[in-house]
Design a protein around this ligand. Sequence first.
Ligand code: NDP
Length: 466
Amino acid sequence: MADIGLVGLGTMGAALALNIAERGYDIAVHNRTVEKIGQFVDSAGELASRLTAAETPEALVASLSAPRSVILMVPAGAAVDATIDQLIPLLDKGDTLVDAGNADFNDTRRREAALAERGLNFIGMGVSGGEDGARHGPSIMVGGPEKSYAAIREIVEAIAADYQGSPCAAWLGPDGAGHFVKTVHNGIEYADMQMIAEVYGLLRDGEGKTPAETAPLFERWNEGKLRSYLIEITAEVLRAQDKTSGGPLLDVIRDSAGQKGTGRWTVIEALKLGQSASAIESAVAARSWSSMGEARAAGESRFGAAEKGTLSLDDGELEQALLAARIIAYGQGLALLQSASEHFDWSLDLGRVAEIWRAGCIIRSDLLDDISQAAREGLPHGLLTLAPAFADRMETAVPALRRVVLEGLRAGLPMPAMSSALAWFDTMRQSRGSADLIQGQRDFFGRHGFERTDNGLSDQHGPWAD
Ligand code: NDP
């Protein structure tokens, strides 16, 4: 009998199944398009002996040892519900379904409650690291009933990335906590990718450099404070040559970024919680704007393009600017997690979250060691930027961020994520903001009332109320 089952042999499911088999577990696999099952097993080489090809959901369930656990690796939404509906009648009380895809955590909460009524366990488990991570060791963020995690914990920890002897996998909280953390992870990923792309834009358009000319800079940065997976792969993408044209690959890639929903979900949930992860919001907006190629071309022909080749930025200053913006994006993500944890009563351990992001996942970076330590010590006012280790870095790096943003804006180059990160930072160091005027305006037209600073009385009105 197999130790675990898996439905969905796409990019992630196939890689995860091989990872599980390689760690010494027997796994039964099923896929909607049945031909792919045999092809997958046939191509698995020596791992094939650990795989059971199940051509029907019934065969899958029948081949599992009880209590059964089945991982679902299918696209978010209707596909997950359809797969659950297929499996429910075949399962017994105490069996566990694990949604390992990206899911809207609201769906995860709903599914967990519905399955609990039938005596079935439901785990929402975020898996990060792309295909390579799934195959050789992803970061795994688990949510759901803690006792159900015991059923899959051994396998999950065995397949997860290893960071200095510790698995990058953890149970983080009940119901949707795992998928929520994965969603925010992806939101931070959106912001980081966008900010790196903004720096690439400054170098390409502002300084007139070719992609290959900028690659050494990213390679150097990957040896320093910005060391991270995303900086590392950026250098490789910048260096890549196109086989057809013989020129830079980037020059033949359409500048329209795809998105599947996790960035948008992060922003929606942040707003619902009365938060704003502005760097993530801007990154999601930038992806949407990127898809409006014809409108952008019409804008360029009507208003003219930004100045090209007029900038001469200091490499060290660019590095510091990116560092400051990255810290702000991580900090906004953590603040959102904290807020959700309080709202949903999850008791999220932010230090542990940062720890399991240190290897395997897309946002892994050298900063995460210090972030986890800062989170464990407690973030002053919930802000990473105020944690002593980060406040010192921000003091040095924010002036560089300001100069880089100013230069970019002066040349007319768009920097939505970096400029909004800077605006957030400036807002959060201004003890008296300008919302007094907004309160005055609200009271003027809607008698909403305001609080006085001199005597603390609330529900006060201006002379227009007389
Ligand atoms: P793929 O498109 O490569 O594979 C999708 C799989 O789901 C296929 O096996 C497909 O079966 C199956 N499927 C699709 N629709 C249905 C349906 N209606 N009913 C049953 N099965 C269905 O996707 P990925 O492997 O990339 O993604 C899977 C999940 O993992 C998604 O939630 C994604 O967001 C998440 N994820 C993806 C990452 C990535 O880098 N790709 C990273 C982290 C998470 P069939 O062969 O029949 O089409």
